[in-house]
Design a protein around this ligand. Structure first.
Ligand SMILES: Nc1ncnc2c1ncn2[C@@H]1O[C@H](COP(=O)(O)OP(=O)(O)OP(=O)(O)O)[C@@H](O)[C@H]1O
Ligand SMILES: [Mg+2]
Length: 382
């Protein structure tokens, strides 16, 4: 029985939905490596964990969280260990694994590149012999690259990305999936442009992860209500209310059910709506939404950009519909922000990339997520 556990690591059996997306990722992996893009807390890690738990036949998958890696050497060793794990699953290749273990490079700090190259060569040979393909599911890659940048310097961070790119080019059968809660573009932007030889991930296929499909969101809400023994007059209606109030983010669905349980609140639609209102204005910020505000000066380091972002969001928060670029330009200028059309477009593109905004078919703008819009209004007292 699944319990509400916002932010915790879920047993893959309790990861609801995502089947179509996972099928699509496996499909792309037949041909290419994958970059999973998404807003934080949307369920990226859960997706790759579910992939690792039940890969399609012919595939093996190893999940690895790279968050704690700070040097290229640690990274190279981590890949080595992943490949060892893969080899140990293939009885025929156990011997090869043993030989590799005592190979000429060892795990010392000066030889991360040869170790990585040798490990990948070993992997390619093993794949050929066994007919079982390995995909390395690497979570928190941008975070790791940023750690390496801080600990070992920009040059090393760039070299890791370059090395991975050349390994992908030299080994057309090599498959890796990158995901992470910080956009890779932010990490790359922080590395001086001159140091990056070519776009280091433009050979990977980018897939955007959205919140849950409506049916999966309702199913998750129903399962959590059941798991927490919360009964209502009409479970389907309560589950639909929870899904809608959470804007289909699984993380917020867990939060709502946890809040109902902890508060001893009957899961009726009105109670759910007022619980969400309280949680959205709770000074402790249980949904961690303050992040959307706090990261603005970090993501948009120039002060005038950060001010423009805030002004745009303030204006859009008050508009029920999508609005045109011309209207947005006049609105921000009216607020005393000096900006021309080109500068505004530049910042709007960055905001789209960071999942703050989206454009409709007419090219008009609005918040990407209704829930963030709602929270922004409350947070800014608009
Ligand atoms: N498909 C799902 N079914 C059930 N619960 C889910 C699902 N996806 C995510 N969750 C819940 O939402 C929480 C956040 O999910 P997850 O850690 O996968 O997101 P993330 O995008 O990797 O987050 P971060 O940006 O912090 O790395 C999890 O703890 C889990 O409780
Ligand atoms: Mg994650």
């Amino acid at each position: 029985m699944v319990k509400a556990n916002p932010g915790g690591s879920l047993d893959p059996r309790f990861i609801v939905g995502r089947d179509e997306l996972i099928r699509q990722i496996w499909d792309v992996l037949e041909r290419q490596c994958v970059l999973l893009n998404a807003e934080r807390r949307i369920g990226k890690t859960s997706i790759v964990r579910k992939m690792a738990a039940c890969p399609p036949s012919g595939w093996l998958a190893v999940f690895q969280d790279l968050e704690k890696i700070h040097t290229p050497e640690e990274f190279s060793e981590a890949v080595y260990r992943q490949v060892q794990q893969y080899l140990s699953w293939l009885p025929k290749l156990k011997k090869a694994a043993e030989e590799h273990k005592t190979g000429e490079y060892g795990l010392n700090s000066r030889s991360w590149k040869p170790l990585l190259e040798d490990t990948i060569r070993q992997l390619m040979d093993a794949q050929k012999k066994s007919g079982k393909r390995l995909v390395m599911l690497w979570d928190e890659v941008p975070y790791m690259i940023n750690n390496i940048r801080k600990r070992s310097g920009e040059q090393q961070a760039v070299e890791v990305l370059d090395q991975l790119r050349s390994l992908r080019q030299e080994n057309p059968e090599l498959r890796m999936v990158f995901t992470g809660s910080v956009g890779l573009h932010h990490v790359l932007d922080s590395i001086q442009a001159a140091q990056i030889s070519a776009a280091p991930v433009n050979d990977m296929y980018a897939i955007e992860v959205t919140p849950l499909e409506s049916d999966a969101a309702k199913q998750l809400a129903r399962e959590l209500l059941l798991g927490e023994s919360l009964t209502s007059k009409d479970t389907d209606k309560s589950a639909a209310t929870i899904a809608l109030e959470a804007d289909y983010f699984p993380f917020f669905i867990h939060h709502i059910v946890a809040g109902l349980k902890l508060g001893g609140i009957a899961p009726e639609p009105d109670n759910i709506r007022s619980l969400v209102r309280r949680q959205l204005t709770d000074a402790n910020d249980p949904w961690e939404l303050g992040h959307f505000r706090k990261r603005i000066p970090v993501y948009y380091a120039q002060e005038q950009d950060a001010r423009l972002v805030t002004t745009i969001m303030d204006h859009l928060a008050g508009c029920p519909d999508f609005i045109s670029l011309n209207d947005l330009l006049s609105a921000v200028q009216m607020q005393g922000v000096t900006v021309n059309r080109d500068e505004l477009i530049r910042v709007l593109r960055l905001m789209e990339r960071d999942h703050y905004l989206r454009r409709n078919d007419d090219g008009h703008y609005q918040f990407r997520f209704e829930l963030i819009k709602r929270w922004w209004k409350l947070d800014r007292g608009l």
